[in-house]
Write a protein that binds this ligand. Structure first.
Ligand SMILES: *Cc1c(COP(=O)(O)O)cnc(C)c1O
Length: 206
């Protein structure tokens, strides 16, 4: 997935021309504008990957195909209620705060099973797997610890829900270690589009 947050539509057009089809956005308003801009292109899939405020769930439910950042049942229930009937179920991932960082959203590993059980009762959502943003590190050995923990958690959950197929982890700085640890979807921003000028990846406010 190409993470296009803060990048202009011209950059997205260039990525599409190069064959990219999956895009991730962190900010609801910006994401919806881009989805509307590219609405003629049915081959694109849009993923919401940022923190979710409850007053933004309707826009997410109406415009995105995937949400990677579910971390509480209240948000899942709102998305369930607000997903338009004519659209397929919304694909969702539970975000796990794998390194227990104050700055990051996500449930603890111990909370995953309960939230998965609750989400699996919601027919307008389709639970596809887990997502994580590990603590940034330049050391592959350090990166591997968090990524291996995510892989174990995913395999445990998959033993219970056999149709789970998505482990969303790996960014520009840890993508190869993430793939070694079973990532099925890497989220790449700066390595595709160049550095971002502002907006920390995980501390957005809208
Ligand atoms: C910004 C962001 C990315 C992409 O990060 P890069 O380091 O630029 O590749 C991936 N995932 C999430 C959730 C992000 O917010």
């Amino acid at each position: 997935m190409a993470v296009s947050k803060t990048k202009p539509v011209a950059a997205i057009s260039a990525a599409i021309a190069a064959g990219q089809r999956h895009f991730g956005e962190n900010y609801v308003q910006e994401g919806v504008q881009k989805i509307q801009h590219f609405s003629d292109d049915q081959s694109l899939t849009w993923h919401f990957i940022g923190p979710i405020q409850s007053n933004k769930t309707r826009d997410i439910a109406e415009h995105f195909s995937w949400v990677h950042s579910i971390d509480r049942i209240k948000i899942a229930q709102r998305l369930q209620q607000q997903r338009p009937a004519q659209l397929p179920p919304l694909n969702v991932l539970i975000q796990v705060n794998i390194d227990d960082e104050d700055s990051k959203s996500g449930v603890t590993p111990a909370q995953v099973v309960e939230l998965a059980a609750e989400i699996s009762q919601l027919p307008r959502l389709k639970l596809r797997g887990l997502m994580a943003i590990p603590r940034p590190s330049q050391e592959p050995e350090q990166q591997a610890l968090s990524l291996a923990a995510m892989q174990r958690l995913f395999l445990q959950l998959k033993a219970q829900y056999s149709d789970l197929d998505t482990l969303s982890m790996g960014m520009s700085d840890d993508l190869s270690v993430a793939i070694e640890h079973g990532s099925t979807m890497v989220r790449i921003g700066s390595a595709i589009f160049g550095p971002r000028v502002s907006n920390e990846p995980t501390r957005s406010t809208e």
